[in-house]
Design a protein around this ligand. Structure first.
Ligand code: G3P
Length: 219
């Protein structure tokens, strides 16, 4: 299972990459806007830190402009995966881009039907937004289960990238369902390492060791 970081913040990406288990990064226009840096320069900088796919999103919404923007973004760095919104022109753009071997991440997926369209168009990744579905009292993870099953039924190579994750349970459920990738905001990535029983257990081990360490050293 691949772990991507869902951020455009260089400090967060460096910290996560430093641990050694980061497989890629996803960004979106809202995340990029927070960084107040020229877009293509920022994408290049991220690509140089992360040895894996880096999603960068087009902001045009019409077919020809989307294809043109996607080609420009793909030329920024070999790690770039072009993020495309799941609209009609987006699907059409993906059919063209996949023939050119430009990798795509089809975003803003909220139901299984358009996920099937994205796979038929040749998308590299589909990004269902589970947290935003949970926010409106739908079951985000049920959507993941449906898409994984549909793709398995037909052998589509499109990878299921679980996006809009909010808590560690989303990550566990995604792994149990066989999703290919989860993308995590830095706060959630950081939280995955914490368990109160690990902290408590380690404290007790070290305290016990401390009590007799001189004896152990001379034995
Ligand atoms: O990058 C796409 C997605 O992960 C956004 O998540 O938290 O804004 O719903 P969120």
């Amino acid at each position: 299972m691949k772990f991507f970081l869902d951020t455009a913040n260089i400090d967060e990406i460096r910290k996560a990459a430093d641990i050694g288990i980061l497989d890629g990064v996803t960004t979106n226009p809202s995340l990029v806007a927070k960084e107040k840096k020229p877009f293509e320069e920022l994408v290049y900088e991220i690509c140089e830190i992360v040895n894996g796919p880096v999603s960068a999103e087009v902001v045009s919404t019409e077919f020809e402009a989307m294809v043109e923007d996607a080609r420009k973004l793909a030329a920024v760095h070999e790690h770039v995966v072009v993020k495309i919104p799941l609209i009609r022109d987006g699907i059409k753009a993906v059919t063209v881009l996949s023939k050119e071997e430009i990798r795509t991440n089809v975003s803003l997926c909220f139901s299984p039907m358009p996920a099937l369209l994205a796979a038929k168009a040749g998308a590299t990744y589909i990004s269902p937004f589970v947290g935003r579905l949970d926010d409106i009292s739908h079951d985000g993870m049920e959507l993941i289960q449906q898409i994984v099953l549909i793709y398995e039924n037909y052998g589509y190579p499109t990878e299921v990238l679980v996006a809009s994750t909010r808590n560690p349970q989303h990550v566990i459920d995604a792994a149990l369902m066989g999703a290919d990738v989860v993308t995590l905001p830095y706060k959630l990535f950081d939280a995955l390492f914490n368990h109160p029983l690990t902290d408590k257990g380690l404290k007790a081990f070290l305290a016990d060791w401390e009590k007799v360490k001189d004896v152990l050293a001379s034995a």
